[in-house]
Design a protein around this ligand. Structure first.
Ligand code: B12
Ligand code: SF4
Length: 524
């Protein structure tokens, strides 16, 4: 046994053995954590040997904490959605073993450092990326400040390939460890999940990933393909691949190289799942078509979110409904051509968001209309959740309208998360109860959004929308986004009443860059 123990967070018990006659159903929650895998690989390379205990192999907190007691140091990757679990495990551990140490890092350290600091049981907190800091931190555990700024490497090519045997081994031997299980209806298993890029540069207001993750250079195409080939040799045969990048379809020169090499350099051009945006598809349609047709990209994931331009503005999606329709039609058309040629047609996996603040019934109907156009859908429907980290999430919480609490950021896609939403209507719409009513007006909707067109300037990503902060009468601040300050006010008008708008000094708009968002969030 080693003195360090990594605690893999997630859903209690889901890696445990099941009865033989019960065929297990796997979900994305069974997939492994690349952050933990990378950090453990680095620790082992630097001589800091560790064990790993996954909550997924234990019944509950009491169960896992009993097994953690022999260790001197616990390490955890804390994301916002598992903050409460990390706090619970750390507090119980320290209660029973006061001399033990708990070292934490992960996304939640950036989006809510105050909350992390409020947990007495966290002895050391590494803020942000930690791959270049972990050896230093462990070499000098007993001195130095409680909170340290983590450092990243310059490029993902500097990261070692994850030693996947260091991931937690599931008790359920039907899970294809160290590869991962296939999702029902997706590509065949076992799945190899990989990452080629770390951060999406866009600024959707429910995500704002680039505000709290440092962008580093993308992994080279050769290194990515080598990693897959090696996995196939060591642990395969691989059934299919999931490229976990938040935004895979960006940087055309990298994509061109990938589409040239993957079909011939990979041991087998495994079918894969990866993400794009409607506007990147609209900008590079030929490249997109080529990638789908010749690199086996057969599940394209796009966060279409909504068919309403107003909702897309509230979400700062920087895409219009017309962009979404463009992407849907192109994917339908490629799929039809593939089917005609006797090939398996490409499918569109899409996140659809319901119950977004400020949405009217008509906006919801627009989403139903848009979804009806997808010929081969794999839909992931969720109610909007005001998570910290995104500008809208911080803002909704500051306005007192979030129903999420740090006692457990509710991940159930179907439970209420925001005040002032007519969830009876929204849930009925999600279940298809309003389809007939919405689709009666399909033609008008299509004509209306096509007249609107793409969000310009499409040529230069990143300059369409700016982030603004306004002063409020009581001394607080409010954030919004738009092409100009007037536009940012118009975006606020979609979800706020005239009385609420009167609280804002509309002339005080100040532009700010996305990386200042966590700091500005404290003033909302
Ligand atoms: C792959 C992925 C998934 C996968 C797999 C997740 C898994 N099993 O771990 C799937 C698809 C299942 C998924 C689902 C979800 N995800 Co996700 N996911 C990602 C993604 C794209 C990559 C994560 C990753 O591996 N990154 C690479 C590693 C190396 O980074 P890392 O884990 O952060 O670790 C680094 C640092 O944080 C730090 N560090 C971490 N731990 C420690 C510990 C110590 C001691 C130290 C010193 C440092 C340190 O050092 C590491 C190296 O730099 C990220 C976005 C991103 N670009 O990171 C979103 C992300 C983590 N997901 C997110 C969310 C919200 C979700 C969902 C809740 C979405 C939903 N509504 O359902 C679900 C919840 C899943 C669950 N299991 O409960 C958010 C988290 C936001 C937050 N504030 O924490 C992110 C950031 C995306 C976003 N922009 O909103 N996700
Ligand atoms: S929602 Fe998707 S496109 Fe928007 S910032 Fe996040 S990862 Fe990027």
């Amino acid at each position: 046994m080693n003195q360090y123990a990594w605690v893999d967070l997630g859903d209690y018990g889901i890696f445990r053995k099941r009865l033989l006659f019960f065929w297990p159903r796997f979900s994305t929650n069974h997939w492994q954590d690349h952050g933990l895998g990378l950090m453990r690989t680095l620790m082992h390379q630097h001589g800091f040997l560790s064990d790993v205990l996954s909550v997924k192999n234990y019944r509950d907190a009491d169960d896992i904490v009993q097994h953690l007691l022999p260790y001197n140091v616990l390490l955890m990757n804390v994301r916002s959605y598992n903050f409460h679990q990390a706090r619970d495990i750390a507090t119980r551990f320290k209660h029973l073993r006061p001399n033990g140490k708990v070292i934490v890092g992960g996304m939640h350290t950036i989006v809510s450092l105050e909350e992390m600091e409020s947990v007495e049981a966290f002895d050391r907190i590494c803020v942000g990326a930690g791959e270049a800091s972990i050896p230093e931190l462990l070499a000098d555990l007993d001195s130095g400040p409680r909170v340290i700024q983590g450092k990243s490497m310059a490029s993902m090519d500097d990261w070692p390939a994850i030693d996947r045997s260091l991931w937690p081994r599931p008790l359920n031997t039907r899970l294809p460890f160290p590869l991962e299980p296939a999702m029902r209806g997706w590509n065949p298993g076992p799945v190899a999940s990989v990452m080629s890029s770390r951060v999406c540069p866009w600024r959707c207001s429910f995500c704002n990933e680039a505000s709290y993750i440092k962008n580093i250079q993308r992994k080279s195409v050769d290194k990515l393909i080598d990693e897959l080939n090696q996995l196939d040799r060591d642990h395969g045969p691989i059934g299919s691949v999931v490229i976990h990048d938040s935004m895979f379809f960006q940087q055309p020169s990298w994509l061109e190289e990938f589409v040239d090499k993957y079909p011939t350099h990979a041991n087998r051009p495994w079918p894969y799942w990866a993400a794009a945006r409607a506007d990147t598809i609209r900008k590079w349609p030929d490249l997109f078509r080529r990638m789908v047709m010749s690199s086996h990209w057969n599940i394209v994931s796009i966060g279409l979110e909504s068919g309403s331009d107003n909702t897309l503005l509230t979400l700062n999606k920087e895409c219009t409904a017309a962009d979404n329709v463009f992407a849907i039609r192109l994917i339908n058309e490629i799929g039809d051509a593939q089917e005609k040629a006797g090939l398996q047609p490409v499918r569109l996996f899409s996140n659809i968001m319901w119950g977004v603040p400020g949405e009217t019934r008509e906006d919801t109907f627009d989403t139903i209309r848009m979804v009806s156009m997808i010929k081969r859908p794999l839909l992931s429907n969720s109610l909007y959740a005001p998570y910290p980290g995104g500008a809208l999430g911080y803002q909704i919480a500051a306005e007192g309208n979030s129903l999420l609490s740090s006692e457990g950021l509710n991940r159930d896609p179907a439970s209420a998360k925001t005040r002032n939403i007519d969830y009876r209507f929204v849930k009925a719409a999600m279940r298809g109860r309003h389809n007939a009513e919405a689709l009666r007006d399909f033609g008008n909707w299509l004509g209306r959004i096509e007249a609107q067109g793409p969000l310009e300037p499409l040529k230069q990503f990143g300059s369409a929308q700016n982030l603004f902060v306004f002063n409020m009468r009581g001394g607080r601040k409010k954030v919004s986004w738009g092409t100009t300050r007037e536009h940012a006010v118009a975006v606020l008008r979609i979800r706020l009443s005239e009385r609420e708008l009167e609280e804002i000094d509309l002339s005080s708009a100040e532009r700010f860059s996305q990386n200042r968002l966590p700091e500005i969030a404290r003033q909302l």
